[in-house]
Design a protein around this ligand. Sequence first.
Ligand SMILES: CC(C)(COP(=O)(O)OP(=O)(O)OC[C@H]1O[C@@H](n2cnc3c(N)ncnc32)[C@H](O)[C@@H]1OP(=O)(O)O)[C@@H](O)C(=O)NCCC(=O)NCCS
Length: 434
Amino acid sequence: MTAPGREHIRWFRNTAPYINAHRGKTFVLMLGGAAARHENFPNVIHDIALLNSLGVRLVIIHGSREQIDQRLAAANINSRFHEGLRVTDNDALEHVKDAAGSLRAQIEALLSMGLPNSPMQGSRMRVCSGNFVTARPIGVVDGIDFHHTGRVRRVDTEGIRRQLEDGSIVLQSPLGYSPTGEIFNLSLDDIAVQLAAAIGADKLLLFGRSAGVMDVRGELVRQCAVGDAKRLVVPDAEQAALLATARRACLQGVPRCHVLSYEDDCALLEELFTHDGSGTLVANDEYEQSREASIDDVGGILELIEPLEQQGILLKRSRELLEQEISRFRLLERDGRIIACAALYPFPEDACGEVACIVSHPDYRGGRRGQRLLRAIEQEAKRAGLERVFVLTTQTAHWFLEQGFEEAPLDALPGDKQALYNLQRNSKVFFKQL
Ligand SMILES: CC(C)(COP(=O)(O)OP(=O)(O)OC[C@H]1O[C@@H](n2cnc3c(N)ncnc32)[C@H](O)[C@@H]1OP(=O)(O)O)[C@@H](O)C(=O)NCCC(=O)NCCS
């Protein structure tokens, strides 16, 4: 077999854990009207169809704001907004129905594609839309009558569940119906949050223009706990809105929300099937804050690491040494108790840094907290201009391999570190490119 062929097989094998993790899970995907107008949209829809073939239960929620604007402009009707919400009077409603219906048909057609040589050859996808969302009118706010603009009142979770059980993709337009038989124009993020929470979705995927959420430095925030999301300063308006939607969904019980790009052909599959992903993950660990350690944390950290020092998993650190090096530590705290910690020791001359003393409390294992801290440390290292991180480990090699590290010879270490290498411990060396 050719070298690229082998590379392909290796890549395929590496996706197996993700395929297994996602099978049977329920994902809700939110795609705004702008996404539907982008040239990459058919690719996104085909990748969504691929997820369906892999046994993921899917609800697609599409918006139509841009398409409505276009239709209103063509009909010489002014778009009216109040506090970011469209005022949908009788004239506008006709165009709202038109835009939503036309987009729905476009997506259904894309999901039905199965021509030879197309990405969905041989697949037979069922798509189902319906009256799953009951709406109520917003009414009159600040003296402004919103007419047919509404809010989600109820989601027919049982109806959606049956369709998902049947293997269908549920396609939800930004419309809802009231028990009085009226049609309401709903805001996309309202449906996405309410629906994902109501059906107990495992993930909500929010598509925007950029790769994910960028901080004030313009750097991609790879992962963020919902508790930290509020403090994050995001200059871009669209990204800030998507982050706010992710945060609301998390607070309503959706465990993981992802912000990712509809413009990048690879974004969706990269986010779901690679270790680092492509966008921003907002995770629902609201009770756990990640922060830098201070001198007051020395006692708590010692309590956490001493049992592992005794087992020889970690190198012994005295209280004095820990006090001196406390600023290198990051930790996760829950209810005032330190439940995980990790440290970064930079070697700027070698453009690398050592990840050390990474531990999660045995009572709290299984929540990937070590991984969360490692990500935070990696971001910190990147910000400091480092290109690689390394670790010395005796018993945790496989965990680091799963985190994207690769074994390296001893002489790959910075000279200063080699001089300190403890032969007796015989630790293995692992590096990760950032
Ligand atoms: C390594 C560690 C920090 C990971 O913490 P975490 O992200 O909270 O990990 P979780 O408990 O959520 O486990 C994540 C996965 O890593 C696996 N894992 C944990 N320790 C491992 C080890 N030593 N080797 C291989 N895999 C390991 C778990 O089995 C789990 O896999 P699964 O989901 O397939 O069951 C944590 O296990 C720990 O504190 N270990 C002891 C301290 C240590 O070894 N530190 C490294 C010193 S160099």
